[in-house]
Write a protein that binds this ligand. Structure first.
Ligand code: PLP
Length: 236
């Protein structure tokens, strides 16, 4: 059995074990395999092992790689998890199955316009800078409601806001990230009370990476974005 298959099996088992530990349904936690900087064959291999959702950070790279996938590869879905410049909104809108990093109205408007041309609806997450970390993108906590309301009020019909995404500030101990994950969930619950999501009964929370996904699942993650634990160290 190859290494990607082994790592996938291990991570899937961990997701199940951790979900059950906190009485969550493991099916409510989806794995986003972060393939940034890895070559196409890594995506093909993971897809053949049944992993069909991939996270990429760079539009150009994602576009090139997804276009080069071998024809025998099962259909894969792209979650875009990197910063998007508004001038890249068009390709992002056309190639993504979900964009997890919408953090400003200008980008939301640009995406909606291109989606309208494409006659396509798109699930998005709003990226929140939960730790108010100056090195991280994302909307400030106190501005999230405003951004969500603006998306709703500008009637950007082609965008379905499914929930929130965050990258917490770096902490040496994974356990220290728990407070940020908990804060994101609480924030989402408050926004749901104001009915600012497309479906306020079912909210996606994208949080947790290789080192801290167990903790994120315990705190309510529905999407965990895992690269290194699945594919090994990224090529530079
Ligand atoms: C690279 C990246 C990941 C994956 O990180 P690992 O530590 O390799 O699991 C997750 N989310 C985002 C936004 C990333 O840029």
């Amino acid at each position: 059995m190859n290494l990607i298959q082994q790592n996938l099996d291990k991570i899937r088992a961990e997701i199940i074990k951790t979900s059950q530990k906190v009485n969550r349904n493991p099916e409510d936690v989806k794995l986003v395999a972060v393939s940034k900087r890895f070559p196409v064959n890594v995506i093909e291999e993971a897809a053949k092992a049944g992993q069909l959702v991939f996270g990429e950070n760079y539009i150009q790279e994602a576009n090139e790689k997804f276009n080069r996938l071998d024809k025998s590869t099962p259909a894969v879905k792209l979650h875009f998890i990197g910063h998007i410049q508004s001038n890249k909104a068009k390709i992002a809108a056309s190639i993504s199955h979900m964009i997890e990093t919408v953090d400003r109205l200008k980008l939301a408007r640009a995406l909606n316009k291109h989606l309208s041309d494409l006659n396509k609806d798109l699930d998005i997450l709003v990226q929140v800078n939960i730790g108010d970390d100056k090195n991280k993108s994302g909307v400030k906590v106190e501005k999230t409601a405003e951004l969500l309301a603006e998306i709703k009020n500008h009637k950007l019909h082609h965008l379905q806001v499914r929930g929130l995404m965050t990258i917490p500030p770096f902490t040496p101990e994974p356990e220290e990230a728990r407070k940020y994950f908990r804060a994101l969930r609480q924030h989402a619950m408050e926004l749901a009370k104001k009915e600012l999501f497309a479906n306020n009964e079912k909210i996606e929370l994208s949080m947790g990476m290789s080192k801290d996904y167990h903790i994120a699942i315990e705190e309510g993650a529905t999407l965990v974005r895992i690269g290194t634990a699945l594919f090994g160290d990224r090529p530079s």
